[in-house]
Design a protein. Structure first.
Length: 201
């Protein structure tokens, strides 16, 4: 996917407001609706669609996963949001993790695999994909067969979608097609959700 020589796939820690162009947001929303995320969680016809582009070797993505995911899943359970995770890997290791995560999802082990991947960031030597799958409670042989079955094409499509949507790094959020860069505290995310709920699409 992306070139690892470009540096770690993390956005600057600055506050970028939503794109003000509603036409661009509408185009992004339509493209995201037609996409095939690595993971989706939804309860009914939620008023707010949240798409997050991540790299499983990205430290700020790990922070997003650990700090925000429980609250976002609570919002999903309450019917406020649908949640969709997309692949935007930089480098071979991140791409291999993204492919394996999609295969773990086929065994209903996506959150566990992602948690295991983020938990070992910076570890030397890096655990193998099979070791991470085992930690996640996935069937390793089934995961190996899945990895060899062409799932990489889905990761590539997600990455190209991110490029089309001008994702500069990870994590990058889209709220009903409106882009927000970088890790944000849940207080800000909650405020955005409440605001969007009050405005019809």
């Amino acid at each position: 996917m992306g070139d690892e020589s470009a540096g770690k796939n993390e956005t600057p820690n600055h506050d970028e407001v939503f794109r003000s162009d509603s036409a661009l947001a509408a185009i992004a929303f339509e493209l995201l609706q037609r996409s095939k995320p690595s993971f989706s969680a939804a309860a009914g016809n939620a008023p707010v669609r949240i798409d997050i582009f991540v790299d499983l070797s990205c430290g700020m993505c790990a922070l997003t996963h650990n700090d925000l995911m429980p609250s976002l899943l609570n919002e999903m359970a309450a019917g406020s949001v649908s949640l969709h995770i997309h692949d935007f890997p930089i480098g071979k290791r991140a791409t291999a993790l993204a492919i394996a995560a999609r295969c773990a999802a086929q065994q209903n082990r996506y959150p566990e695999f992602v948690s295991a991947s983020y938990a070992i960031l910076g570890a030397k030597p890096e655990p193998s994909i099979d070791e991470l799958a085992q930690k996640a409670g996935a069937d390793v042989k089934k995961l190996q067969l899945c990895v060899a079955s062409g799932v990489a094409a889905d990761v590539e499509r997600d990455f190209r979608l991110g490029q089309e949507l001008e994702v500069p790094g990870t994590p990058t959020f889209f709220f009903n097609g409106q882009r927000l860069l970088g890790y944000k505290p849940f207080s800000m995310i909650s405020e955005i959700i409440r605001k969007l709920i009050s405005v019809p699409r």
